[in-house]
Design a protein around this ligand. Structure first.
Ligand SMILES: NC(=O)c1ccc[n+]([C@@H]2O[C@H](COP(=O)([O-])OP(=O)(O)OC[C@H]3O[C@@H](n4cnc5c(N)ncnc54)[C@H](OP(=O)(O)O)[C@@H]3O)[C@@H](O)[C@H]2O)c1
Length: 264
């Protein structure tokens, strides 16, 4: 796809692996200047090298940062601005919260999840919106989860805390829509990543199945009869960031192969 994103500055968080990595790769392919961050310095630098090589794009900056720490995110924004100028596209992605049932969660677990899955998005939005307003152009894309539509057992932290991102995005779409900024949410289903493989392993153990049997059973539940790819999420981010999507604002979009059965 050529979406007219050449030289736009895109920040992708939690990006050394999985969905964040796929998103950074697609945006680099589209010609964006990409800033990518996650906690491990080694992993994010390896990810940058791999993306630069496969996309022939040298404008990729890798920064170690824990998105649940406000200071780390300020540093990312400062360094990005120094290297490429202000952020045009925020592709917000997060790490995964603890998997546990409601009664097994402590206040500390809830606090940690709020920092990881909500405050991080607020800090980033606060950091990038002022320059977007000045430019009269900006794209906020919040990659969350299908748990916004349909809770998943033992993912109570995701079910509850991530839902606030839908409210945040809707609020931002209203407040800043007149400044040429759009704000949208992606709710992805089962996307094939390391985390998804771990979920299948756990499913196999709990149901006394082999990994392959568990994978087949999980795939049977998906109308598309396969897991999604990280590039399919990245392509959706790139589309929402493009001029072609300029009238999509305040939307929450499932990218799940039909997994969520609700009509609306
Ligand atoms: N895969 C799916 O099917 C699926 C479905 C719905 C929702 N999700 C959600 O989508 C997000 C991405 O999932 P994924 O499957 O791509 O995960 P993944 O393959 O495990 O990758 C997670 C990425 O996030 C980074 N990360 C983790 N904690 C971080 C933190 N505190 N600060 C900065 N970076 C952090 C990791 O690098 P470091 O460890 O080095 O920081 C890694 O790059 C997660 O929130 C997950 O819960 C995934």
């Amino acid at each position: 796809m050529k979406l007219g994103l050449e030289n736009k500055v895109a920040l992708v968080t939690a990006a050394s692996k999985g969905i964040g990595f796929g998103t950074a790769k697609i945006l680099a392919q589209e010609g964006c200047k990409v800033v990518m961050c996650s906690r491990s310095k080694d992993d994010i630098e390896k990810a940058r090298d791999s993306i630069s090589k496969s996309t022939h794009n040298d404008s990729v900056l890798a920064l170690p940062a824990d998105i649940s720490l406000e200071g780390d995110l300020s540093h990312v924004l400062q360094e990005s601005t120094k290297r490429f100028g202000s952020i045009d596209i925020l592709a917000y992605n997060a790490g995964s919260p603890k998997v546990a049932a409601f009664l097994d969660l402590s206040d500390e677990d809830w606090n940690t999840a709020v920092r990881l899955l909500l405050l991080s998005a607020i800090w980033l939005a606060k950091g990038v919106i002022p320059a977007m307003r000045e430019k009269k152009w900006g794209r906020l894309v919040f990659i969350t989860s299908m748990t916004l539509k349909q809770p998943i057992r033992n993912l109570v932290l995701s079910n509850v805390v991530r839902l606030s991102i839908a409210g945040l995005s809707k609020d931002l779409s209203e407040e800043f829509g007149g400044d040429g900024i759009t704000s949208n949410v992606i709710m992805q289903g089962n996307i094939l990543t390391g985390r998804q493989r771990a979920i299948t392993e756990d499913f196999a153990k709990r149901n006394a199945m082999t990994f392959e049997e568990a994978e087949r059973a999980r795939i049977r539940e998906i109308p598309a009869r396969r897991f999604g790819t990280v590039e399919e999420v990245g392509n959706t981010v790139a589309f929402l960031a493009s001029e072609q999507a300029s009238y999509i604002n305040g939307a929450s979009l499932l990218v799940d192969g039909g997994l969520v059965r609700s009509v609306l």
